[in-house]
Design a protein around this ligand. Structure first.
Ligand code: B12
Length: 295
């Protein structure tokens, strides 16, 4: 817990609430209802939380986001006397929906470590495609719906984006099979780039090399890359319809052999995109790219 230093060992309710990104009222409830309160006394002042108390509270919150009911979580947390950085707990019996709910709650509580560990473990154990479709997409959709409903929480969207990017960047390409990398870009003013990174990571798992140009790639940059590397496949992503101009792929320089052009994202008008292939999910995008690469 980087915010907590030795000199801040005894913390007020407000300070603990800030460190944990939860409401002071919740802390008071946990104290009153479950006996998980501050243990340290300072003469003439309010009671203060010690670092041991904070470790118990963090453990309590992790158990709750993992699906343990609060009363039970409190009983376990009260006995916790380990370090401040407690292990992330995902109960083996949890369904995917429950894990997504845990991730969503943890993200809203700014529990970066929980979200990152759960996603990193899922990518490592199950691979990018499964982790993306079963955990990342439902989490992003929920975050997007919450933002649309309340118009608050854009900080959560940014934080989760960074976490997902870190997890996907860690997937290494060890033994590339293609000499000409595939090209991946988000067109025009498109800021949504996570899907592209998912494609890059999923291709890396298959030992397929790609150039990831990221968000808001200008048309000239894509054209220039096509002329320079003659990629076997080009994947262009657009969520926002105003960014999905078919000129982006129609005016690309002609190279031999002709690249396979794939378009992904809800932005593309399916009826106006003849000459390119629309792809609807990560698994089929990887299949199409593998085929274009000749694997
Ligand atoms: C993260 C995020 C951001 C981040 C992006 C960070 C980054 N580097 O990517 C930031 C904060 C920058 C951002 C900004 C904005 N965002 Co935003 N954002 C999102 C969020 C939560 C996830 C985006 C994403 O990666 N989606 C990808 C997957 C998860 O979602 P999907 O496309 O719906 O998935 C479907 C298919 O595409 C397919 N699919 C899933 N995975 C894959 C993989 C491949 C390879 C393929 C081919 C298909 C596929 O299956 C899904 C089911 O059909 C979405 C919510 C959402 N539902 O998408 C909002 C969302 C896309 N954003 C939205 C908006 C409005 C904005 C802003 C305009 C907000 C603003 N006022 O500033 C800006 C600017 C956008 C711009 N100019 O490009 C709206 C778009 C509504 C619309 N269509 O008009 C959404 C839908 C939120 C909402 N519910 O209102 N955003």
């Amino acid at each position: 817990m980087s915010q907590l230093t030795k000199t801040e060992e005894f913390l007020s309710v407000a300070a603990v609430a800030r460190v944990m990104a939860i409401a002071p009222a919740t802390l008071r409830t946990w104290d009153r209802r479950y006996g998980l309160g501050p243990s340290a006394h300072q003469t003439g002042q309010h009671r203060r939380y010690s670092s041991g108390d904070l470790a118990k509270l963090l453990h309590m919150r992790r158990l709750i986001v993992s699906g343990v009911v609060p009363a039970e979580a409190a009983e376990i947390a009260k006995k916790y006397d380990g370090p401040l950085q407690v292990d992330v707990v995902v109960e083996p019996a949890m369904t995917r929906t429950e894990i997504v709910t845990s991730l969503f709650r943890a993200a809203n509580g700014l529990d970066e470590r929980f979200v990152e560990e759960v996603l990193a473990q899922a990518i490592k154990k199950e691979g990018v495609v499964k982790a993306w479709h079963e955990l990342v997409v439902p989490l992003l959709v929920r975050i997007g719906e919450e933002w649309e409903r309340t118009e608050v929480g854009v900080e959560v969207e940014h934080l989760v984006t960074e976490i997902i990017q870190r997890c996907l960047h860690r997937v290494e390409l060890t033994n590339p099979l293609n000499s000409r990398p595939v090209l991946l870009a988000a067109v025009s003013e498109e800021q949504h780039s996570l899907t592209l990174l998912a494609v890059k990571a999923a291709l890396a798992e298959r030992n397929i090399a790609s150039y990831y140009l990221g968000a808001r790639t200008p048309n000239e940059a894509i054209s220039s890359m096509v002329a320079r590397v003659a990629p076997p496949a080009i994947f262009l992503w657009a969520i926002m319809p105003e960014n999905a101009d078919p000129q982006y792929f129609r005016n690309l320089p002609k190279v031999r052999p002709a690249p396979r052009i794939l378009l992904g994202g809800p932005g593309w008008d399916r009826s106006a995109c003849s000459g390119a292939q629309i792809v609807e999910d990560l698994a089929s995008t990887c299949e199409e790219i593998s085929r274009a690469v000749g694997l």
